[in-house]
Design a protein around this ligand. Structure first.
Ligand code: HQG
Length: 181
């Protein structure tokens, strides 16, 4: 992805996940915003945005971070929200037997005490494969992958959600469902 598109991707993450109010937009409760309205507000706040640029970012995003609605009128972040404006109605799904969480070794002591917690985000993010988990963990330091007994959790009443882009979401993972080796 070019520098220009990368910058726009960061801007879209910022306003669609975290601070829509920074450019005076309001997301609906599922996280959607009208693309034309977003472009007008972004330009008024010094971010030169066009429909073509948005479409290129959506198409080339390595993690499929953003979704354009079927009618082409709206956009939202697929997952990763922290703003209170949004509680995306992600699809509830039965998880596979195991899911993975990539983190950094420096967090392990705390995770062993508290389990996995969502922190600033609405959900803990889990991956279906270990490779993705490693790259997520690397963002924070020396990566380590935790294996989660997902199906067992589900059978015990925990709800799992699958975001538009294949990321698994859950509110919390208690220690007893985590495998550290
Ligand atoms: C850790 C990226 C201490 C947790 C990725 C993680 C993902 C604890 C960090 C998405 C803890 C939070 C999410 C505890 C959890 N004590 N640390 N009890 N419980 N943690 O960035 O999962 O590029 O909020 O292990 O690809 O790293 O944004 O979450 O290391 O999909 O599109 O607290 O973000 O996508 O960090 O990443 P984050 P994450 P984007």
């Amino acid at each position: 992805m070019s520098n220009q598109l990368n910058k726009i991707s960061k801007f879209l993450s910022y306003v669609l996940r975290h601070q829509p109010e920074a450019i005076g937009i309001t997301l609906d409760s599922d996280g959607w915003i009208d693309i034309d309205g977003l472009i007008i507000q972004a330009n008024q706040h010094g971010e030169s945005l066009t429909r073509e640029l948005i479409e290129q970012v959506v198409k080339t995003s390595d993690k499929k971070r953003f979704t354009i609605s079927d009618d082409g009128l709206k956009i939202r972040a697929a997952q990763g929200h922290s703003t209170r404006q949004v509680e995306v109605n992600h699809a509830e799904q039965v998880p596979p037997e195991f899911l993975y969480h990539g983190t950094a070794t420096r967090f392990i002591d705390s995770i062993k005490k508290q389990g996995l917690v969502a922190g600033d985000r609405h959900y803990v993010h889990l991956s279906a494969d270990e490779q993705t988990a490693i790259s997520v963990g690397k963002r924070h330091g020396k990566p380590v992958v935790l294996k989660i007994k997902a199906l067992l959790m589900y059978q015990q009443g925990f709800k799992f959600y699958l975001a538009d882009n294949g990321v698994w979401l859950i509110k919390t993972v208690p220690i007893k469902f985590l495998q550290f080796d």
